[in-house]
Design a protein around this ligand. Structure first.
Ligand code: DAT
Ligand code: MG
Length: 155
């Protein structure tokens, strides 16, 4: 089946906890994602503002951009069949308390601290995955990566 790429990010709240990092890395492998690329990085505030520009003006925006620039993150390009929706499903709902109530086995339910400090990011569409992969990994060429795969795995 065709592989799809998504961007997954482990946010600063989770990177601060080695055991949570380990659990999330294991979850990625358990669910048969291919780790195409990964890197640890720290955002400047303007990276945060650029990435979350769509939320500018929302009540949580300042909190969000400060938090995302508050410490190291780990970013992954993940490949899998239906990677985008699959990773979103593993993450669970944006709001941690809703996640705990409606989907207790998700990452955000298990490890999230607050609605802002919610442990992980995942792209929500093919377009956002492309944009976000380029944002984090400007040197990565998805097309070339796909072309190196056996034809049956290509999108
Ligand atoms: P998601 O991360 O599930 O794609 P989003 O794109 O709507 O959610 O929002 C981006 C981030 O902004 C989210 O991970 C945490 C923060 N955020 C969203 N809604 C929030 C709220 N109601 N209160 C606090 N932070 C919020
Ligand atoms: Mg989003």
């Amino acid at each position: 089946k065709a592989l799809q790429l998504t961007l997954a990010v482990i946010k600063p709240d989770a990177v601060a906890h080695p055991l949570i990092m380990k659990a999330l890395h294991q979850k990625i492998l358990e669910h048969k994602f291919i780790i195409v690329k990964s890197k640890d990085l720290v955002w400047q505030r303007q990276d945060s503002e650029r990435f979350y520009a769509e939320h500018e003006g929302r009540f949580f925006y300042q909190r969000l951009v400060e938090f995302m620039a508050s410490g190291p993150m780990r970013a992954y390009i993940l490949a899998r069949e239906d990677a985008i929706s699959y990773w979103r499903k593993l993450m669970g709902p944006t709001k941690v308390y809703r996640a705990r109530y409606t989907s207790p086995n998700t990452i955000r339910a298990q490890f999230g601290l607050t609605d802002t400090r919610n442990t992980t990011h995942g792209s929500d569409s093919v377009e956002s995955a492309q944009r976000e992969i380029t944002f984090f990994f400007p040197e990565f060429h998805a097309q070339e990566w796909m072309e190196r795969l056996e034809p049956s795995f290509r999108a």
